[in-house]
Design a protein around this ligand. Structure first.
Ligand code: DQA
Length: 145
């Protein structure tokens, strides 16, 4: 089985970026940790991070995967185009946010993804990605039964 991890704009700055909201773990550390867990479950994990909406959309179109884990970052709150991209490939996905978006500014309370996601994880920092991966593996195993 194949899972694509998608990280949106500014997440390349993790570790340095507003650590009060996003913690001190870097994106490299997150991806390395997830790749190990994926290997343990015999799942192949690919990853894209981009600051450009079009690149994220193209990567989703091109991905031949069974599941997507996505942190759309600021595009969560703005991008009908990214929502449509993920719907266009009919791939189930989990939405992840490091910070608890509901405890922050009102403009972060709405997501263009949550109503079409399998589930949403927010506020648990980098751990949220691990929980999402475990959940994705469980989802794919159930689908196999
Ligand atoms: C974020 C939350 C978004 O509101 C913000 O724009 C981000 C990161 C998070 O992981 O907490 O860039 O998706």
């Amino acid at each position: 089985k194949r899972i694509l991890l998608v990280n949106g704009p500014n997440l390349n700055m993790l570790g340095r970026r507003e650590p009060g909201h996003y913690g001190s773990t870097t994106l490299d550390e997150i991806v390395t940790g997830l790749t190990k867990v994926a290997e343990d479950h015999q799942v192949s994990l690919s990853h894209i991070q981009s600051n450009a909406e079009a690149e994220l959309i193209d990567a989703i179109h091109a991905a031949e995967v069974d599941f997507i884990i996505i942190n759309p970052a600021a595009f969560t709150h703005t991008s009908v185009a990214l929502r449509d991209a993920i719907l266009s490939v009919s791939t189930p996905f989990i939405e992840v946010h490091l910070s608890n978006v509901h405890a922050r500014e009102p403009f972060r309370h709405h997501s263009y993804f949550s109503d079409v996601a399998v589930g949403v994880i927010c506020g648990l920092g980098a751990d949220g990605y691990q929980f999402a991966l475990q959940s994705a593996v469980n989802y794919l195993n159930r689908a196999d039964e």
